[in-house]
Design a protein. Structure first.
Lengths: 285, 293
């Protein structure tokens, strides 16, 4: 026994080693899970993809073949209308929060936005059902868009706020000193300077809602026919995956895997765009 | 003329900003009132016994939500328990061991990919991979082996919680004052000791807030759980039994609910879910905000 081992140095070292390898092991198993899941989805999904999935509507129960053209159109429709509704509102609230930092009211608004992010999506679906579907008496694509728009708000607001507070006040003061109004300053100086962050907030919002089903179950509902009318119900890709996954038909499962791969690739593409934007157009002065 | 217009547009703009912000703030209150008003018939008809009633029989207009309550709580806590060691380890790895550099950055992005997979795809994946595995375990234990049930749902849910809790806990951990850590190292502590005796105790409230927010997420998670839980409105016997959660009963029965009381009862379940997740989120966010300074 060396004199240094009086306080159990060896034992503490061993404990440290064990702890470190535990951290490594658990972290690597997280990474492994990501690859296992993605590999499985892509392996199952890419084999199921064919042209019919993109070009045909679903066939009646029992018949093989068919696709999810109606759902692809429906998803694009519901998500883009949600984005059109949410982006102006979200960016405005973000501007307000960035301008009024530290005030009691804006602290409360910021807390409300955080809490809104944690509200289960299905509850938002119920609320929109009560607001729109019940009074009008029918399911409709735009009611689904409104539900998704509410879900999109928090990331847009947060990103706009966080981007705008990074822009130096001297820039704003210079514009105001030249006689530009507050509106002009915001539109022509602040927003262009922070466009990267604001844009990535919007993409994060879209990525968040693209795979949502729960708020659409009783708003956009579902529709086996191709539909471009926002007053009528539509199918969306995630909704079709849900319906087909819970069915006993193998061919429907195949189409659902195809849909999963389309959806997951789309969201991963959006995530990549966000990363590129964040590194290229980062606000830095 | 032009000047006057500019003054006006400025005024409109400022007004618009405050109006939408205030609307966003009261949105939660409006949600609450909407749910409360629509579920009022059910609240009156079902009374307080609703919370601990054991039978759910819509045909007889007899509603008790104890099975869903138990199912939701067990599934959520079990998934939190399963994901906790993984989340803490990954958060330590990214926040303390290797906070900077290319490889940890890639690791972080890979773990965030878990958040890119939609809930319904998790459910579908779980049905094909996790459910058969669980079914094999059940057969070994000589139980009925449907594969779907609380355990399956919890495993998949725990994977879904990882990216969320890792990012929250990593943020908290990386804010530990360097002086504290350096003091501990200077006294001769090993890294494991610094972590277990300095980093985790100083950040315990932030870490708990991270888990609390993850719990809020688990409670409201709908689609994956609906596919995997087995949808049986009975009080579960063990962690393998099929069960039902509050969110999935709404998802499954809402559009088929005939009769005002039935629909209104489902909205009442939604109201409960809303109130619980709101409280959890307010507490969690307040703690996180407090520890960030």
């Amino acid at each position: 026994m060396t004199p240094y081992d009086i306080q159990g140095l060896q034992g503490r070292r061993v404990k440290d080693r064990i702890f470190t390898s535990l951290v490594w092991g658990l972290t690597f198993s997280c990474l492994a899970v990501v690859f296992i899941i993605l590999f499985y989805i892509f392996e199952k999904g890419i084999g199921s993809l064919n042209w019919a999935i993109f070009s045909q509507n679903p066939k009646p129960v029992g018949e093989n073949g068919g696709g999810m053209l109606n759902a692809i159109v429906g998803s694009l429709m519901v998500v883009s209308i949600a984005a059109i509704l949410a982006i102006p509102v979200g960016v405005s609230v973000g501007i307000y929060l960035a301008e009024n930092r530290g005030r009691k009211l804006s602290d409360r608004i910021a807390l409300a936005v955080d809490v809104l992010q944690g509200i289960p999506s299905i509850v938002i679906g119920i609320v929109i059902y009560v607001w729109i579907v019940k009074p009008t008496g029918k399911f409709s694509s735009y009611s689904g868009s409104i539900a998704l728009a509410i879900m999109m708000l928090p990331p847009i607001i947060k990103n706009t706020e966080e981007t705008l507070i990074l822009i130096p006040t001297t820039l704003k003061e210079a514009s105001l000193a030249l006689g530009a109004s507050y509106f002009r300053t915001t539109m022509k100086v602040m927003l262009p300077a922070g466009i990267g962050g604001i844009f990535s907030g919007c993409i994060i919002g879209i990525a968040r809602i693209a795979g949502e089903v729960a708020p659409l179950l009783f708003t956009a509902f579902g529709n086996p026919a191709l539909n471009f009318n926002i007053l009528k119900p539509v199918d969306t890709i995630p909704k079709v995956i849900f319906t087909y996954a819970s069915s006993p038909y193998d061919d429907w499962h195949r189409i659902a895997w195809g849909g999963s791969v389309i959806l997951v690739s789309f969201i991963i593409l959006l995530n990549t765009i966000i990363k590129i934007f964040e590194s290229r157009w980062k606000v830095q002065f | 003329m032009k000047n006057r217009w500019r003054v006006l547009e400025n005024k409109i703009f400022v007004r618009w900003l405050s109006i939408v912000s205030i609307i966003t703030m009261i949105l939660l209150l409006v949600f609450f009132l909407t749910l409360l008003i629509s579920s009022w018939p059910a609240i009156k008809a079902n009374g307080f016994g609703f919370l601990w009633g054991k039978t759910w029989d819509p045909v007889a207009n007899h509603f008790g939500m104890l099975p869903f309550l138990v199912g939701t709580l067990i599934t959520s806590f079990l998934s939190l328990l399963i994901s906790a060691p993984f989340s803490i380890a990954a958060a330590l790895f990214l926040g303390e061991y290797y906070p900077k550099g290319l490889v940890p950055n890639i690791f972080r992005n890979v773990i965030e990919l878990l958040a890119a997979i939609p809930s319904v795809v998790y459910g579908f994946w779980g049905l094909y991979t996790v459910a058969p595995l669980v079914s094999k375990i059940e057969m070994k234990l000589h139980m009925p082996a449907p594969g779907v049930g609380i355990f399956t749902a919890s495993i998949v849910l725990s994977i879904m919680l990882i990216p969320y809790s890792v990012s929250l806990i990593r943020q908290v951990i990386s804010m530990t004052p360097t002086s504290l850590k350096e003091a501990a190292y200077a006294l001769g502590s090993t890294r494991a000791e610094v972590i277990t005796k300095v980093i985790i105790p100083t950040n315990i409230s932030g870490i708990s807030a991270g888990f609390l927010l993850s719990l809020g997420r688990a409670l409201g998670e709908t689609m994956a759980v609906t596919i995997l839980i087995g949808n049986s409105p009975e009080i579960p016997h063990n962690i393998f039994s099929p069960s039902y959660t509050m969110a999935s009963v709404i998802a499954n029965e809402f559009t088929e609910a005939v009769g005002n009381i039935y629909l209104s009862t489902l909205i009442e379940v939604g109201l409960l879910l809303f109130v619980v997740t709101t409280i959890i989120n307010i507490i969690g966010r307040m703690i996180i905000k407090k520890v960030s300074y």
